[in-house]
Design a protein around this ligand. Structure first.
Ligand code: FES
Ligand code: FE
Length: 378
C-alpha cells in the first residue's frame, strides 16, 4: 500500500469541496433529528461488558433522548431496558452504576422487576391477577456484545449489526480477521479517561477521520508515526496502518518500549497503527500492544462526553505494568484534538460559516461522512 496520494490532475475533481453548513453543528433542531434518526436508530456502544462484572450489576447510559439501563442477569448475560417504570413512568435507576441482589425496585410505588425485566412484585399485585407480569415488565432494548462492549439499539427493527458495526472494521481494514486478531474482548482495562468536550459530536468524528492537522497539533504522535506529518490519515487508505518510526521502540509518548505484542497479531500488524471509525460514536485505535477505544455520548448540540479506554493484555494489567508512557501518548492526542474541536465550535455559528467551510483533498473522505449524515436526516 502506498503512502503517497494520487495527485489531483488538472481538469479532475476540484481541490476544495464543501463541508456541512454551520447550522449542522449549532441548530438544536438538527441535533434533535440526529438523536432520533442516528443515535436512537443505529447500534450505539453503551458500556464495557466488564464494567458489569457480576449478576445484579447495572449501568445507566444516555442514548439519544432515552436513559437505558443495562443489567447482568442471574445467568450472567447482559440485558438492556428503557430506564422507565411501567407504572407511572418514574426513572427506575438514577445512579450511573450500582449493584442489586436480585431485583430492581422503583423508588416511587415499589414496582419491582427482576434482572430480565419481568415485573415480579408490586404492592397489592396479588389482588390484580389480570396483570400480565411480562407485558408490564421493563421495555427491553436490543443488545449485542462485540469487542468486549455492549452495543444497544433502540429501533423497533435494528439494522444488521454485522453490516453497520462489524462492517466498518472490514471496510477499513480489508477483512474481519484483522480486527479479531487483537482479541479486544479479552483485553483488560488499563486506564479510562472521560473528556467533557464543548463541541458538536460531528466535529469530533471529522477530526478523527483526517490527519491534515497532525503536523500542526500532534508533535508526539508524528514523532512515532512520521507519515502522519504528511497529512494523510491511516483512514485514507483501505487496509493501511501507519508505520512506526524506525527509532520508536513502542507506541509511547517518548518512543520507549511498550508492553510487548498481543499474541495473535499477524507479522504485518506489528509496529503499525490502525484506526477505525464505527459510525456514529466509536473510534477504535489498534497498536501492537494495546487497543484504545473511544465512545462518544453526544449530550447537546455543542457538548459531547467522550469516554476513552486503554485496553491491554490481562497479564500486563494484572502484573502492575507501568502504563503511564503508553497512556500519555494518546491522552495528549485526545487533549490536542478536543481543544481543536472546542476552538472550532464557536466558529460554526459565525455568519462567515453559514454556508460551511471546505475540505482539502486529504480530507475529501470526510465528504462521505457528511453525505451519510445528510441522508440519515433526510
Ligand atoms: Fe414506579 Fe409507580 S412509578 S412504581
Ligand atoms: Fe488528531
Amino acid at each position: 500500500m502506498t503512502t503517497t496520494p494520487t495527485p489531483v490532475e488538472s481538469g479532475a475533481a476540484p481541490s476544495l469541496i464543501a463541508t456541512l453548513p454551520g447550522a449542522a453543528y449549532t441548530d438544536p433542531g438538527v441535533f434533535a433529528r440526529e438523536q432520533e434518526r442516528i443515535f436512537e436508530s443505529l447500534w450505539f456502544c453503551a458500556v464495557r461488558s466488564a464494567d458489569l462484572p457480576a449478576p445484579g450489576a447495572f449501568r445507566t447510559v444516555t442514548v439519544g433522548r432515552e436513559s437505558v439501563l443495562v443489567t447482568r442477569n442471574r445467568k450472567g448475560g447482559l440485558r438492556a431496558f428503557l430506564n422507565v417504570c411501567r407504572h407511572r413512568g418514574a426513572r427506575l435507576c438514577t445512579e450511573e452504576s450500582g449493584e442489586v441482589r436480585r431485583t430492581l425496585q422503583c423508588p416511587y410505588h415499589a414496582w419491582t422487576y427482576d434482572l430480565d425485566g419481568k415485573l415480579v412484585a408490586a404492592p397489592n399485585l396479588v389482588k390484580m391477577p389480570d396483570v400480565d407480569r411480562v407485558a408490564y415488565g421493563l421495555r427491553s432494548v436490543a443488545l449485542r456484545e462485540w469487542l468486549g462492549y455492549a452495543w444497544v439499539c433502540l429501533a423497533e427493527e435494528p439494522p444488521s449489526f454485522e453490516e453497520t458495526v462489524m462492517g466498518a472494521a472490514v471496510e477499513r481494514l480489508g477483512d474481519a480477521a484483522s480486527i479479531e486478531r487483537y482479541r479486544t474482548g479479552e483485553l483488560a482495562l488499563g486506564r479510562r479517561v472521560t473528556y467533557d468536550v464543548r463541541a458538536n459530536w460531528k466535529l469530533i468524528v471529522e477530526n478523527f477521520m483526517e490527519c491534515y492537522h497532525c503536523a500542526t497539533i500532534h508533535p508526539e504522535l508524528t514523532e512515532i508515526l512520521p507519515e502522519f506529518a504528511e497529512g494523510f490519515a491511516a483512514q485514507y487508505y483501505v487496509g493501511h496502518g501507519a508505520e512506526f518510526a524506525p527509532e520508536a521502540r513502542g507506541f509511547t509518548v517518548d518512543g520507549s518500549a511498550g508492553h510487548g505484542r498481543l499474541p495473535s497479531l499477524a507479522e504485518e500488524q506489528d509496529r503499525r497503527y490502525y484506526a477505525i471509525t464505527v459510525k456514529p460514536t466509536v473510534f477504535v485505535n489498534l497498536v501492537p500492544d494495546h487497543v484504545i477505544l473511544h465512545r462518544m455520548f453526544p449530550l447537546a448540540v455543542d457538548r459531547t462526553v467522550v469516554e476513552c479506554d486503554w485496553l491491554y493484555a490481562p497479564e500486563t494489567v494484572a502484573g502492575g505494568a507501568d502504563l503511564s508512557k503508553s497512556v500519555e501518548l494518546f491522552h495528549r492526542v485526545n487533549v490536542q484534538d478536543f481543544a481543536a474541536c472546542e476552538r472550532t465550535q464557536p466558529g460554526m455559528s459565525s455568519r462567515v460559516y453559514r454556508a460551511g467551510g471546505v475540505l482539502v483533498p486529504s480530507e475529501h473522505h470526510i465528504g462521505a461522512f457528511h453525505r451519510w449524515v445528510t441522508e440519515r436526516l433526510a
